[in-house]
Design a protein around this ligand. Sequence first.
Ligand SMILES: *[C@@H]1O[C@H](CO)[C@@H](O)[C@H](O)[C@H]1NC(C)=O
Ligand SMILES: *[C@@H]1O[C@H](CO)[C@@H](O)[C@H](O)[C@H]1NC(C)=O
Ligand SMILES: *[C@@H]1O[C@H](CO)[C@@H](O)[C@H](O)[C@H]1NC(C)=O
Length: 466
Amino acid sequence: MAAAMKLHSAMLFYILVYMDLFSFTISTLPNKYFSTKTPYAWTHPVPKPVEDELYYLKDIKGKACSAVHASAVIRHGARYPGLDDVQEISAVHDKLVLAMEPNINPELYNWVNRFPSNNNKALSSLGESEQEALGRRIATKLSTLFSDEDTSNFRFLVSSQERTKQSAAAFYEGFSSTIYGGEEAEDDFDSEVNDQLLRFFSLCAKYVFSVESNKTAFKEYFDFLSNERVVRIKEKIDKKLDIGPDVLTTANIRLIYLVCGYETAVYDSSPWCSLLDESDMEILEYLGDLKHYYKNGYGYNITWQQSCPLVSEIFATMDETIMDIENADDGEEPGGLLVGQFAFGHAETLGPLYSALGLFNDTLPLRADNYHQQSQRLFRTSNILPFSGNILFVLYECVPDEFGEDEEIEEADYYLRMFVNEEPALIPGCEELYCPYNVVRDYYHDFVDQCHFKKLCQRSEVKDEL
Ligand SMILES: *[C@@H]1O[C@H](CO)[C@@H](O)[C@H](O)[C@H]1NC(C)=O
Ligand SMILES: *[C@@H]1O[C@H](CO)[C@@H](O)[C@H](O)[C@H]1NC(C)=O
Ligand SMILES: *[C@@H]1O[C@H](CO)[C@@H](O)[C@H](O)[C@H]1NC(C)=O
């Protein structure tokens, strides 16, 4: 009897677990492929951080290495849609209500636009918690580097946009409560606005005119928008809603896909998602990748070259840290070192930075006609440029393993590690996941030391004015 009961409850347990998994799968199915509108955790379910997991570098023979500086560039957290998209989805809904029967898809028919109209691209509460959690994790992983440091030994850089300031503040809340134990108030949080470093794309005239505001520059994107793959999605939706072919455009399909993502992120579900299958999502994700490949990636040289002020700054700051350590009096702990630099920007900041560093560089350019060949592409924005996407450099000082108290340290070596979205990543030009600082510094030498932003960003004068 007891055994039967036991068996029974075990079965019940499995059934419950199974049902739970099942419903979980259903409710979270379409949430990986939202390109740059993907919340961080949907593509990066990160494990709980371990204290000081990044503080020591243990792999280098004969040397003891510990972190002396960390530098991160972080995209703002999940945000509300822009006002244009909010108004446009209402217009699309109005068209549908006129064209469709209410009982075909009642949830969609009765949909109400819940996005407030006064939060143009402001951070959502999901975005805040993404940033706060990221701040906690980075603080935990480098706990010994950051704890006991004065707030003046951290530098927070933001762009002029509200959402990067909101992101920095949320990050700082998680960061400071981890290293100071929750007491430290937010009052002493100070950030510097620097658009030259974080919004170079709006200051670089050559980029603005030849890429950003130039429709021809996005030919591959527009070609794919009218590609048969996207047209077939539209026809499938027309059929699902039993509406004529002239109600929706392929541009509307892209908006429906975006709103499905935004609504799922903010309100957990969206009736717009019922119109799209997983394979549709993958196709629409590629549409997003095409746009960002040309806008924020390898598509045009100026797109990544214009990020040189940021690349320069990252390395200049590390150079200074090393100099400060070297110049500190013998035997004395150098005080006042900048131990952490955290810069909060945009997809348009992080994408060009990735490309300037040579990350996610596919052999074949992304084009409208090679969707199939690109199924394993590196430049997949849902993975590399989600909300709160981030790149982190950790600089280590290494000393010989067995030096005694009174032995003089001949020469310290510096090593660098890079993490992209919190995963260790190979720095181009390096053979291991940790790399001598000088090797990296030399590899990007042109970029760091030859950054002539003004000259680079001049519009070619001829003919432009005509
Ligand atoms: C717009 O982009 C196309 C394609 O790259 C290019 O040929 C053209 O020169 C660009 N226009 C301007 C004003 O730069
Ligand atoms: C763009 O940059 C790449 C790599 O640095 C170079 O090989 C190529 O010639 C450049 N293309 C143009 C059009 O300047
Ligand atoms: C990207 O890869 C291509 C070919 O593999 C190479 O020619 C190009 O220089 C790379 N671009 C950058 C910016 O590293």
